[in-house]
Design a protein around this ligand. Sequence first.
Ligand code: GTP
Length: 597
Amino acid sequence: TELAHIRNFSIVAHIDHGKSTLADRLIQSTGTVQDREMKEQMLDAMDIERERGITIKANTVRIDYTADDGQAYVLNLIDTPGHVDFAYEVSRSMRAVEGSLLVVDSSQGVEAQTLANVYQAIDADHEIVPVLNKIDLPAADCDRVAEQIEDVIGIDASGAIRVSAKTGVGIHETLEAIVKYLPAPTGTREAPLKAMLVDSWYDAYLGVIVLVRIMDGVLKKNDRIRMMQNGSVHQVDRIGVFRPAMAEIDELGPGEIGFLTASIKQVRDTRVGDTITHEKKGCEQPLPGFKPSQPVVFCGLFPADASEFEDLRQAIERLALNDASFSYEMETSAALGFGFRCGFLGLLHLEVIRDRIEREYGIDLITTAPSVVYHIHMRDGQMTELHNPADMPDLTHVSHVEEPRIKATILVPDDYLGDVLKLCQDRRGIQMDLTYVGGRAMVVYDLPLNEVVFDFYDRLKSVTKGYASFDYQLTEYRQDHLVKMSVLVNDEPVDALSMMVHRDRAEARGRVMVEKLKDLIPRHMFKIPIQAAIGGKVVARETLSAMRKDVTAKCYGGDVSRKKKLLEKQKKGKKKMRQFGRVEIPQEAFISALKMD
Ligand code: GTP
């Protein structure tokens, strides 16, 4: 296709503002797929994505559109992930296109992820077309939201398109705006091949499928290509585009977006953001700014039933095949036995993987407390990364500890501002900025990631009744007084419960933890001390008193079936218990004990 007739774009929006619905409409209205083939929200391929209403893997579709000017255009839409965990993938895929539709729910207004995503579009030098969606809702207030876009984001929204992705109003205008306002791509057909690896995923039949944007040159079937990052060479066996079903074509030229397959076995061999060129007569300089995405949150995954370890290994290996940003290594815990220490891009990523293991592979998991990566500086000048609090070296060898900090942006209605400030303050936050935008406050906090990974988002939602929106980015590692807190149950340390805490908060955290455990651990025939300790010093202590009668005693001996039922129920409960020395701890205790309130 001629460059002048190509438009490449993405849609940026806060979660639930209607990105997928709008994409579906654009595809549908151009006849790219027939209505009856149209699965609702077809861009969100995976079930979990659909259930959670989030888009995880970038996806793409090529739309043929004959505009009002009578010319035929090719519109390539790249669907970007909307969640902060995948910020790096978003920022890369943004560089593969020239423009964005900025979708804002006209009954809600600008939210934290609207900002985070639109700033990435601005960073990528996009032309931006504002779209006010959901105008069919009675609460829609287009003028106010347009003004808000101008005030907060600083782009002209006077010509914002008013759309209802639900009813189809404004869809034609949106297609015309894409053609009219977004720039055509540039590139040279005669230059050496330079293509950006935008995304990749594993397909059971075709192997790894690589989504590419051609910057210069031409990619053809049977070409031998080189990944510039690691130098690996592959022979291309298929080239094509998504309509949205895969359709093979002969070549991809400058400005075009499509896929290739080349008998690549693992997604790990294809790094998002890498540059692809020809093995011979390749380009000299890769595209700038490549960095592999790094896991920032780690936790242990153990099978609730130890005999399922091999199943868990297989599940994890399969998932890792399709997710280069998910890392894992075997871990043994004195308390939990064999399992895996896994690294994730963020909490949502963790939850998605955990859900998939439980659901798709039917394995019950014990998840240990998520931990961030600490930098441990030793007295001898060495620095090690700590992924697991249980591995914290002896304090006498440690000079100091650094933790990752984030810049968090929160948008919240004024009424709840006080609660939000208190929450951030409680989590060792430092307020950086506070501004007001149309009845709402925008607060920016410098927070330790450690205080955010566990339940910050849940707390934020609950103190603001769901009205706050939140987004963050990692900023730097900073030294603070961080120590490892161990938990002892019946005088035995339970490594899966150890955690890194700020020294000033250790007593308070320890107290909450032991009180919780006291409630969560069932009584035994003997007294059980529960303690939290730092180094050798106990900072909090509770005692679980001994049980007086056994459970069946209250059945008066007579009713056998009832007694049996009770015992069965007990046995079932037991499956979810873990033995620690002489004490049994229920599985859910590992998560519940770590929640802060
Ligand atoms: P993520 O995939 O989570 O990023 O969400 P999204 O931005 O893609 O939102 P999605 O398209 O899933 O829409 C969210 C909800 O809003 C769905 O229940 C849609 O049916 C609804 N919705 C989308 N567009 C409209 C609209 O124009 N009017 C109304 N009334 N509802 C809409």
